[in-house]
Design a protein around this ligand. Sequence first.
Ligand code: BG6
Length: 488
Amino acid sequence: MSQPTIQSAEQIVLFGAAGDLSKRKLFAALYHLYNENLLVDDVKIIGVARIEFDDAAFQAFVKESLNTFIGEQINDEKVEQFILHFSYVKLDFAEQKAFKSLAKVLKGDVYTLYYLATPPSIYGLIADGLNAHKLNSEYARVVMEKPIGNDLESSKVINDLVSRHFEESQIYRIDHYLGKETVLNLLSLRFANSLFSTNWDHTCIDHVQITVAESVGIEGRWGFYDGTGQMRDMVQNHLLQILSLLAMEPPTDLSSENIRDEKLKVIKALRKIDHSNIQDKTVRGQYTKGHMNGDKVPGYLEEEGANVNSSTETFVAIKAEIDNWRWAGVPFYLRTGKRMACKHSEVVIHFKHQPHNIFDSSFTQLPANKLTIRLQPDEGVELTVMNKVPGITKELQIRETKLDLSFSDLKDASRVIDAYERLILSAINGNAGLFIRRDEVEASWQWVDSIMAAWENSNEAPKSYASGSWGPVSSISLIARDDREWDE
Ligand code: BG6
């Protein structure tokens, strides 16, 4: 199918418009884009869901969501203008005929963005319905939310169903971490600074740590979460995307395909973890009751709706290794969990120790340099270097000093731009670079499936950790076995 020259979407169709993601994120992202004049002037935003709304009731629903989730920064006058761009179509996704009502309100040959914020199990039905009414022309783009499937096989099924009616170039798979300022900054840090790019391999780097700690529990999502777990919910997508941006070779340019080709090579080079090495390379955990900010919180098995026999993991730690020239012998330690001590995501690059220590009066072993990239909250970059202690002493004394490379502009900005805003804008403008290609999704599932299968066959329950802690004790042993420790 030949692609038209990409222009900004004139029609945006939100499937799942009454759902949580729309309420919390999508309406707000569109509102901010509208305020910044980044949407076409007469953009039409059509909400689609199963529940009963007329246009006015839907506009009121959008307004209420904006007031709840944007809060004080909202401009009432702008909101009144903005909601006039919204209309609503009630539609049962299983009924192909019902898509006729959507076809009636859409213009034919204008660039249209379909945002699928529904459960992935119905992406295929939506694609069929759009096709049945010729709503999948070359002017259409489809944004698909994660999780695409629960494993490699189910992700192939979903992707096959959608790709019966849309070309790969029309499909935008979201991983909202790729819309985060700090995650994107990894590209500039690595490739715009020779200081880092020339030292970014096994000759200079000892190991890398990636931590994505969340303080939240499962927030009333037991049904969804228990069938998913932290490995599928966070590692398969967000952590592997961060890892691939950190580890990929320099792409020839910033084009979507070149970046995605390089990321894919990293994921494919991840050393397989299976029953033979699962004990050494992974730890899975499940939170028990504890305290968060002084308040008592229930354990995972005591959450509302819980199945008390569940062995779903809410914490994962992995020692990942990349079998290629650049990263031979450099472990990437990954760690993510719910109900951890605080919300804190960061990447720490640990450089190698100096080969010889002439400052043994200050340190028996010289601390190594560290580059810390705080992804959220309190975004910033810090380089730990050794420095002379100022003043006069009998022997020359040195100490660790942190150079703060924080993004001062970010801190001064009147608001932090949400990842969804950046991603929706990219999709509206047909820029696929921040979205995941099918082969990346599949390679990630392949690596993750092998770990999940090994856990299932091990018959070993997840290790407990108290809510408000940094995870099970065995996650400390995972890294301590290599004479290293987690950055806290
Ligand atoms: C989502 C997961 O993809 O990312 C959630 O489904 C998780 O379980 C969330 O809480 C974390 O996102 P963020 O942007 O708050 O780090």
